[in-house]
Design a binder for this molecule. Structure first.
Ligand code: B12
Ligand code: SF4
Length: 498
C-alpha cells in the first residue's frame, strides 16, 4: 500500500500564497510514489493581514474590484485539520514554516490528536536556530534546518522501511525514549542540478492561491524560484546565517539552471493564465551578463509576461538594464531593499555600505527608463532615533518609487541585531515575534514601540504628501483613532501620485 504524507503550512496571513517549499516537498514525495495531501491556514481568519494593512497605510493602491475571498473562522482550523488526519491517516505530517508561522501554529497545534505512530517533521528557516524549541514542544520528532532536497528523500526512505530518523544531516532529532536531542550538521551544499532535479508539484493549489493585488488590480501571480542565497552580510537578515551553515561545504549561493526555470514556466502556463511572475532571487542583477542575456532571450521567446525582481543598487548598471529590456516583458518591476536613510543605521547597525546618493540615482534611472519601481524600508532598528526615521522618510521622498513597503524591524532568532537587543536588556529573546506591520518588541531608550508603530502607519503620508500637510499628518500620528482624517489623507496621497 502507498505511504501517505500530509504537507502543512501554518500561513499567518489571510491570503493564499504558494510558499516555495511546499511544491518542492510535494514533488519529491510524488516522485517517490507517496500519496500526498496538503493543508494550510490561509483562508481562516487572523487578526494580521499585511495586504489590508498595506492598502490602509497607502503602500498598495486600493483595489476596486477585489474579489472577497471566503475566510472561515479560526475555530475551524483544528476541526478541519483533525478531520484530514483522521480520514487520510498520514504516515508523516511534514510542516514548513518561518518563525511567525511556527509561533502561530503553536496556538492550535497542541489541540490536535495525532496518532503516536505518525511521524511529525518541521522544516524551514525557523529550524535554523530553534530546533530545541521545536522539539521541546513534544509534538515534533524531527526539526530540519538543512535543504529539503537532501533531507526529505532520506526521511521518506527511513519511514518507509521503519528505520529511525536519527543522524540525518541537516536535522535535529528527539529520541522518544531518552528524550534527548541529537543534532547532525549538514555535510555539503547540494549542486544546482541536485537542488532543481525534481520538478515542484503545484497540483495542490486552485485559483485563489494565484490572485494578487498589483497596481490597483487583481492579477494572477506566480512565484518563480531562480536562485538561492546572497553573498552580503546584513545584520537583520537570515541569508548570511543560512550561508554560514554551508561554510567550507560547497557553494550555497546558487542560480537555478535556465532549462529548469523555463520548464517550470512552461508547465505552469499549460495549466493556467499567469499575468505576472514574481522572481525569487535575492539579487537578480548580480547574475553575469551572459546569463541575463540568455534568460531575457528565452523570456521573450517563451513567456513575454511581466515580471518582478529584487536586486541591490550596486548591480543596477546601464548595460544590465539594456539586457532586461530585451525580455519583451510589458512591465518589469525592480525592487530594492533601501532600508534606511541614515548613514549611521546603514553602516553601523545594518552592516550595509550603501551609498545613499547612488540609491537615489538608481531610482531616477529606473523611473526614466520606464521600469516600475519598488522600495523596501524598515524602521525601529536597535538604537534608531525619531530623527533617523525622518532621514528615511526624506529618502523615500527623494526616491519617488512607484510602490513602497515600510516594515518594522523584527528581531528574528539568531540574527546579530537580536543578540544586541538581548545583550542590552531591550528584550528577553523569548517573545512572540509580531508581524512586520504590527509593532516593535524592542524596549529601547532611543524610541518607544508605540512611536515606531505610529510612525510606520503615517510614514507614507509624511513621505508622499507635500510639506504643507505636515501638521495634519502629525495629528494622525499622535491620534491613531482619528481614522477620518487619516483615510482622507491616504486618498489624497493617491490623487497626487504619478
Ligand atoms: C522569497 C521570500 C519571501 C516571499 C515569499 C514568496 C513565496 N512564494 O514563498 C515573500 C515576499 C512573500 C515573503 C514574505 C515574508 N517574509 Co520572506 N523571505 C523570502 C526569502 C528571500 C526566500 C525564501 C524562499 O522561498 N526560499 C526558497 C525556499 C525553497 O527555501 P525555504 O523556504 O527556506 O525552504 C528550504 C529549507 O528551509 C527546507 N525546508 C523548508 N521547509 C521544510 C520542511 C521540511 C519537512 C523539510 C525536510 C525541509 C524544509 O527545504 C527548502 C528547500 O531547500 C527569505 C530569505 C531566505 N534566504 O530564506 C525571506 C524570509 C524567509 N522572509 C522572512 C520574513 C520575516 C517574511 C515575512 C514574515 C515578513 C517580511 N517581509 O519581513 C513575510 C511573510 C508573510 C506571510 N505571512 O506569508 C524572513 C524569515 C525570518 C524568520 N526567522 O522567520 C526571511 C528569512 C528574511 C529575513 N528577514 O531574514 N518572503
Ligand atoms: S542583501 Fe538582502 S538578502 Fe542579502 S544579506 Fe542583505 S538583506 Fe539579506
Amino acid at each position: 500500500m502507498k505511504k501517505r504524507i500530509l504537507l502543512f503550512w501554518p500561513n499567518t496571513s489571510n491570503r493564499g500564497r504558494i510558499t516555495l517549499s511546499i511544491p518542492i516537498l510535494g514533488g519529491i514525495a510524488k516522485n517517490m510514489g507517496w500519496e500526498t495531501q496538503y493543508f494550510d491556514t490561509s483562508f481562516y481568519r487572523k487578526s494580521d493581514d499585511s495586504f489590508i494593512d498595506k492598502e490602509k497605510t497607502g503602500a498598495f493602491k486600493p483595489v476596486k474590484e477585489e474579489i472577497q475571498l471566503e475566510v472561515k473562522s479560526a475555530n475551524n482550523i483544528v476541526l478541519d485539520l483533525q478531520k484530514i488526519i483522521d480520514d487520510f491517516q498520514p504516515d508523516i505530517i511534514a510542516i514548513t514554516g518561518m518563525t511567525n508561522d511556527f509561533q502561530y501554529m503553536m496556538t492550535f497545534f497542541p489541540q490536535l490528536n495525532i496518532p503516536k505512530e505518525t511521524v511529525v517533521v518541521f522544516g524551514g528557516i525557523h529550524a535554523l536556530h530553534e530546533s530545541d524549541e521545536i522539539l521541546n514542544t513534544g509534538m515534533i520528532d524531527l526539526s530540519c534546518f538543512g535543504q529539503a532536497e537532501s533531507i526529505f528523500p532520506e526521511i521518506l526512505k527511513r519511514v518507509e522501511h521503519g528505520r529511525n530518523l536519527k543522524d540525518i544531516p541537516g536535522t535535529s532529532y528527539r529520541s522518544t525514549l531518552a528524550q534527548e536531542i541529537h543534532t547532525t550538521y549538514v555535510e555539503r551544499a547540494l549542486s544546482t542540478e541536485e537542488i532543481w532535479e525534481t520538478e515542484p508539484d503545484y497540483s495542490f493549489y486552485d485559483d485563489k492561491y494565484y490572485s494578487y493585488p498589483f497596481d490597483g488590480k487583481m492579477v494572477n501571480m506566480f512565484w518563480l524560484e531562480v536562485g538561492r542565497g546572497c553573498p552580503y552580510n546584513c545584520t537583520y537578515c537570515e541569508a548570511p546565517q543560512l550561508r554560514s551553515l554551508y561554510k567550507g561545504k560547497g557553494r550555497y549561493v546558487v542560480t537555478r539552471p535556465i532549462d529548469s526555470i523555463f520548464n517550470t514556466v512552461k508547465n505552469i502556463l499549460k495549466e493556467r493564465t499567469i499575468d505576472v511572475f514574481n522572481i525569487t532571487h535575492e539579487c537578480f542583477l548580480s547574475q553575469p551578463n551572459v546569463w541575463l542575456k540568455e534568460f531575457c532571450r528565452r523570456w521573450k521567446k517563451e513567456v513575454g509576461k511581466s515580471f518582478l525582481i529584487q536586486t541591490r543598487t550596486e548591480t543596477i548598471t546601464k548595460e544590465k538594464l539594456d539586457i532586461l529590456q530585451t525580455s519583451g516583458a510589458p512591465i518589469i518591476q525592480v525592487g530594492q531593499g533601501v532600508e534606511s536613510g541614515s548613514k549611521r543605521i546603514l553602516k553601523f547597525i545594518c552592516n550595509r555600505r550603501t551609498n545613499i546618493d547612488a540609491v537615489v540615482k538608481s531610482y531616477k534611472i529606473l523611473n526614466e527608463r520606464g521600469f516600475r519601481t519598488n522600495a523596501f524600508y524598515m524602521i525601529g532598528f536597535p538604537t534608531e532615533t525619531r530623527e533617523e526615521i525622518f532621514e528615511t522618510i526624506d529618502l523615500c521622498k527623494r526616491i519617488d518609487s512607484d510602490i513602497d513597503s515600510v516594515s518594522i524591524f523584527q528581531p528574528y532568532p539568531g540574527l546579530p541585531l537580536t543578540k544586541m537587543c538581548v545583550d542590552k536588556g531591550w528584550m528577553s529573546g523569548n517573545e512572540i515575534i509580531p508581524s512586520f506591520t504590527e509593532k516593535s518588541i524592542i524596549n529601547q531608550p532611543s524610541i518607544s514601540p508605540y512611536e515606531v508603530s505610529n510612525l510606520r502607519r503615517v510614514f507614507l503620508l509624511y513621505a508622499k504628501l507635500p510639506n504643507q500637510y505636515y501638521r495634519q499628518v502629525k495629528i494622525c500620528e499622535d491620534n491613531p483613532q482619528n481614522t477620518k482624517l487619516f483615510n482622507k489623507l491616504i486618498k489624497h496621497r493617491w490623487e497626487l501620485s504619478k
